[in-house]
Design a protein around this ligand. Structure first.
Ligand SMILES: CC(C)(COP(=O)(O)OP(=O)(O)OC[C@H]1O[C@@H](n2cnc3c(N)ncnc32)[C@H](O)[C@@H]1OP(=O)(O)O)[C@@H](O)C(=O)NCCC(=O)NCCS
Length: 223
């Protein structure tokens, strides 16, 4: 059902890329992002923030899937230009060790509007997308789940665990190598360029590391 190649009487599925204000398809991308906010019951974002996010999506080359209702909505209901379900994807590399990186389909912004839940829309979007990823030669799909219990049925599993440790930095604590460089305070804005450089080094040394979406550097730099 949620395969863009297939439309049925009730729904119409569209897949498109994020675009900037100058593009005639801007409204479609903007309303898709607003629909993600409805799905997560988030506060509505300002126009300025929406434009920033769409620019980051362009940097990620994300594909945005929206499911739209065909029928005329009842009086006072949201405009049908807002999709009732959203599904975002991007491609990044996963370090699988031994110097190898695997193209990975990353999935994000999975929402179905409250009024349309439990009718199989998520299942339709996920099934179509994973089939598409397989056809595109992907062996791996990954997501971070707000609600973990949803995704096992689609073949996803736990990738990592979090551990906490306490380090006693008393007199017995010593670093066993000569420190190099020095510590200074920098303006967080330098992280816009510096954070990806540091990440790049860590990524190549760390099996299990997956390349980050563009928004991370904007967050850490305070942008
Ligand atoms: C989670 C969400 C996308 C599900 O969409 P949906 O269209 O109602 O899901 P479907 O009807 O296609 O259900 C697919 C399967 O998931 C199960 N499922 C749906 N919502 C679930 C939930 N919250 N917890 C556990 N299982 C759930 C269904 O029972 C169904 O199982 P089955 O096919 O094995 O019988 C939707 O509830 C939503 O948008 N929630 C708010 C945003 C959110 O949490 N997104 C996920 C972020 S990780």
């Amino acid at each position: 059902m949620a395969d863009p190649k297939e439309t049925n009487e009730k729904y119409n599925v569209k897949r498109f890329r994020s675009v900037g204000k100058e593009n005639p398809d801007y409204g479609q991308a903007r309303d898709w992002l607003r629909a993600v906010g409805f799905g997560f019951h988030d506060e509505q974002r300002s126009d300025e923030l929406i434009d920033k996010i769409l620019a980051m999506y362009q940097a990620d080359n994300r594909e945005l899937t929206g499911v739209y209702v065909n029928e005329e909505p009842p009086l006072h209901a949201l405009n049908p230009g807002f999709p009732v379900a959203t599904f975002g994807t991007l491609e990044n590399k996963l370090n699988v060790g031994f110097g190898e990186e695997l193209r990975t389909r990353q999935i994000t912004a999975v929402t179905v509007r409250g009024t349309h839940r439990r009718h199989g829309i998520l299942r339709g979007m996920m099934t179509a997308d994973l089939a598409d990823a397989k056809d595109g030669g992907f062996a791996m799909a990954a997501l971070t789940a707000s609600e973990a219990s949803i995704y096992g049925r689609f073949g996803f599993g736990v990738a990592t665990f979090e551990r906490s440790i306490k380090v006693d930095t008393g007199p017995k604590f010593r670093i066993r190598h000569e420190p190099v460089g020095r510590v200074e305070i920098a303006d967080p804005r330098v992280l816009l360029d510096l954070a990806p450089e540091v990440f790049e080094q860590v990524h190549h040394r760390t099996p299990g590391s997956i390349v980050r979406q563009d928004s991370y550097r904007h967050h850490v730099s305070g942008r």
